[in-house]
Design a protein around this ligand. Structure first.
Ligand code: CP
Ligand code: NVA
Length: 327
């Protein structure tokens, strides 16, 4: 449902498995643990919202593993019009091996999980986007590789990194910040006044790993957030489902566009990198940054495939046992 459901070691293993599968498959070798792992199995994908990356990466991952992805768009099935979530979850799960669901309210995916007899993976709800977070930490790991000491302990070596989030407090931020707590990276968040992280979510983030040294800082100043940042991240200011608020939000977020000038004014680290889960709009980041040498956004988008492979392996093939995958 969320990165909050994972221990730090499990999250690290999912990211490491994603990395090793990426290397193997891209060099022309399908690891034994993936080959035919979903042969004869179907993964149902009820999506109540649009998607490019999540759909393409999930369908691609199922195909790599020899299974059949079954995309079920909002217009295609009875769900929401003619049939309840409960009945839909019971029925679909009786004929498939996994449900990967994209929903509006988080309760919807939680309800599906409650009534499903097979694993349900959250493909984005209004609160969380865990597959994105696995891809994001893979991207961060590739951009800031672990030193030798960290590699020996199987850690990703992210302790001491600073991630600055500039923009809206949303689903992508929440799972990223929860993951950062678990992996020891600090997160500093700049939102306009009135758009701060809600207090219930602040408690979830801060409680994600009680012994973590990682900090969660919050401000209304983008420049303050990016001070000493290694990575600057943003996302759309208008998430799916918030279309009616678009005009007001775009006005209220004036001054929050990520630019090289803003990063320099704020004092981001010399080698800072830019991330965005996509889709992207001009207002939240200008072209100089988005298409510039600091941007790892398309690598991040590609990493969605390896995150999906890693998650399907752990939750469907290995039935929730998250262990280091064999080659
Ligand atoms: N980042 C992401 O989830 O993109 P889609 O909405 O295109 O799936
Ligand atoms: N926060 C965005 C992410 C899209 C991938 C949304 O929920 O629409």
């Amino acid at each position: 449902m969320s990165i909050a459901d994972l221990t730090p070691a499990e999250l690290t293993t999912l990211v490491r498995n994603a990395a090793s599968h990426k290397t193997a498959v891209k060099s022309g070798y399908t690891p034994k643990s993936l080959k035919g792992a979903l042969l004869g199995k179907t993964v149902a994908m009820p999506f109540n919202k649009r998607s490019t990356r999540t759909r393409v990466s999930t369908e691609g991952a199922v195909a790599i593993m020899g299974g059949h992805p079954m995309f079920l768009g909002a217009q295609d099935i009875q769900l929401g019009v003619n049939e309840s979530l409960r009945d839909t979850a019971v029925m679909i799960s009786s004929v498939v091996s996994c449900i990967v669901a994209r929903v509006h309210g988080h309760d919807d995916v939680a309800t599906m999980a409650k009534f499903s007899s097979v694993p349900v993976i959250n493909a984005l709800s209004d609160l969380y986007h865990p597959l994105q977070t696995i891809a994001d930490f893979l991207t961060i790991h590739e951009s800031f590789p672990a030193d030798e000491a960290a590699s020996k302990t199987d850690s990703l070596g992210l302790e001491g990194l600073k991630i600055a989030w500039v923009g809206d407090a949303n689903n992508v931020l929440y799972d990223l910040a929860i993951g950062a707590q678990k992996l020891g990276a600090s997160v500093s968040v700049a939102t306009p006044k009135g758009y701060e992280i809600p207090s219930f979510m602040r408690s979830i983030i801060q409680g994600a790993h009680p012994t973590s040294n990682a900090q969660l800082m919050e401000t209304n100043s983008p420049e303050e957030a990016v001070k000493n940042a290694d990575i600057i991240v943003t996302d759309t200011w208008v998430s799916m489902g918030q279309e009616a608020e678009a005009k007001k939000k775009i006005n209220d977020f004036e001054g929050f566009q990520v630019t090289n000038e803003m990063a320099t004014r704020g004092g981001a680290k010399e080698g800072w990198r830019f991330m965005h889960c996509l889709p992207r709009h001009q207002e939240e980041v200008n072209d100089d940054v988005f298409y510039g040498p600091r941007s790892v956004v398309f690598q991040e988008a590609e990493n969605r495939l390896w995150a999906a492979v890693s998650a399907l392996e752990a939750f469907v093939v290995n039935k929730g046992k998250i262990t280091t995958s064999s080659a």
